[in-house]
Design a protein around this ligand. Structure first.
Ligand code: AHR
Length: 495
């Protein structure tokens, strides 16, 4: 049994955990949008205006405070006018992303996506087309969505059913423009960004614009090239996929720790990027948009480590296990610690594709362990992040993958404190004593499984799900819980 002691500190609040850090990403890729979220109004599967009712209900309970759409790589092929107006006259286009080509009937377009956001209570984040679009096309989309001036485009929006502007707050100026979004050189993209952003600002000065970042070299050069124009950048996008953890389910103990270490290193990427952004002149604050993050297993990609085991054809679908849920919780610890510089984050992707919290197969729908990991963090959303000192711990794993066996994140809300604990150890339970303000427990839930390779499926939808966790109290602000190996738990305390 591992013994760990932790202290939740109230003397040095870190900042507010924006709901935007719990964002999601829906791309027209594989069965994420079509077949996952959207089945159309004529489907025999119960739906709300074309969106699967079971999926929407599960997502509402997650929750989903922010949703990015329509790509990904798909965004730089997407022409928004294809997705407005009467569905039966919308054109069928070649839907392209990540090497897939499909018939795309554009039945899920702007109005439908924004109706989904309203159902979910999510802020919309639209990714604009730079690679095959133009500044005018993106300006028109912005005007169509956000303007209330009585223009032809606004009249068209009204005729299509939305009298009020959609007020879409976030606009991406391209996606991965160093790669699928046009293979730009950084200086070319930086200049292109400046042109787009200048024009977009004229249409809606309040729209928050997201520039495409990449690696250190790109990021430094982008900021240098636009040094006199950084007022045009509100958020700077970086992506982080964990790819080194070996197979989705048949991983070794070493690969288990490798994935958890990779998840932890997401924070290092944020810190490094923040370092560049903090050096920009005139105190201009540019937030980091980690607008694609999560695990991408080798079965679901034809590139990167272990890709020889990829499945044919590539569907971008993978099995989700408890290991992925633990990795999620570890990443979220870093998001909370970096909440002063990380302004939004989107798990990739929301249904069926990659690190999905929700899966579908025909009429079946189930949620993955990652769904529960996210849901166990709900008490932290919108609250004040607090540091947690690990006063006594042991490490787990070996070599580069060595990590603290137990870690935690905490937050303060009106009238209480919440703490989420992760026992990362592969096979050792942990006895955890923690000090935190509170007089009694209002909620304590544990997520674990017999094996970190366990997950849910259409046949076994409830194999991995949270259960109550006993918490001992000594009445003086000291608490004690026993966490099984490979588990996570959230304890909510009231003052
Ligand atoms: O999420 C899948 C793909 O990963 C996205 O389309 C792209 O932005 C990234 O490379």
């Amino acid at each position: 049994m591992i013994e760990t002691t932790l202290t939740v500190r109230t003397d040095a609040p870190i900042g507010t955990i924006s709901p935007r850090l719990y964002g999601h990403f829906a791309e027209h890729l594989g069965r994420c949008c079509y077949g996952g979220l959207w089945v159309g109004t004529k489907s025999h599967i119960p739906n709300y205006g074309g969106f699967r009712a079971d999926v929407v209900d599960a997502l509402k309970a997650l929750p989903v405070p922010l949703l990015r759409w329509p790509g990904g790589c798909y965004a730089d092929h997407y022409h928004w006018r294809d997705g407005i107006g009467a569905p039966d006259i919308r054109p069928t286009r070649l839907g392209m992303s990540c090497g897939l080509q499909v018939e795309d009937d554009n039945s899920l377009g702007t109005h439908e996506f924004l109706a989904l956001c309203r159902m979910l209570g999510a802020e919309p984040y639209l990714a604009g087309n730079v690679g095959s679009g133009s500044p005018q096309e993106l300006c028109d989309w912005l005007e169509y969505c956000n303007s209330s001036v009585n223009t032809t485009l606004v009249r068209e929006r009204r005729a299509n059913g939305s009298a009020q502007p959609f007020a879409v707050p976030l606009w991406g100026v391209g996606n991965e423009n160093w790669g699928c979004g046009g293979n730009y050189d950084v200086v070319d993209y930086a200049r292109e960004y400046r042109r787009y952003a200048t024009m977009l600002r004229h249409v809606d000065a309040k729209a928050e614009l997201v520039a495409c970042g990449f690696n250190d070299e790109w990021n430094i050069e982008f900021l240098k090239t636009n040094a006199r124009h950084l007022g045009l950048v509100d958020h700077f996008s970086i992506h982080c996929y964990w790819i080194k953890g070996g197979p989705e389910t048949e991983f070794s103990e070493e690969q288990y720790y490798t994935l958890l270490a990779e998840a932890q290193a997401t924070e290092d990427l944020v810190i490094r990027t923040a370092g560049y952004l903090q050096q920009v002149p005139d105190g201009k604050r540019i937030g980091i948009a980690l607008d694609e993050w999560g695990v991408w297993h080798p079965e679901a990609r034809p590139w990167g480590p272990d890709n020889a085991i990829h499945r044919e054809p590539i569907t971008y679908e993978q099995a989700g296990t408890l290991r992925d849920a633990l990795a999620t919780a570890i990443a979220l610890e870093g998001f909370h610690r970096q909440c002063q510089v990380l302004t939004l984050a989107n798990l990739a992707q929301i249904v069926n594709v990659l690190h999905a919290p929700v899966m579908t197969e025909g009429e079946s729908m189930w949620v993955t362990p990652t769904y529960y990991a996210l849901q166990l963090h709900t008490p932290h959303i919108g609250q004040t992040a607090l540091p947690v000192d690990i006063t006594h711990s042991v490490s787990a794993g070996a070599g580069d993958s060595s990590i603290h066996a137990v870690s935690a994140t905490a937050s303060r809300h009106e009238g209480g404190t919440a703490i989420t604990l992760v026992n990362r150890h592969y096979d050792q339970p942990a006895s955890i004593r923690f000090t935190a303000a509170g007089s009694h427990v209002t909620q304590a839930l544990l997520l674990t499984a017999d094996d970190p390779r366990d997950g849910n499926s259409a046949q076994h939808p409830d194999r991995v799900k949270p259960r109550p966790l006993p918490v001992q109290a000594d009445g003086t602000g000291h608490w004690q819980v026993d966490l099984p190996a490979h588990s996570l738990a959230t304890v909510v305390l009231a003052d």
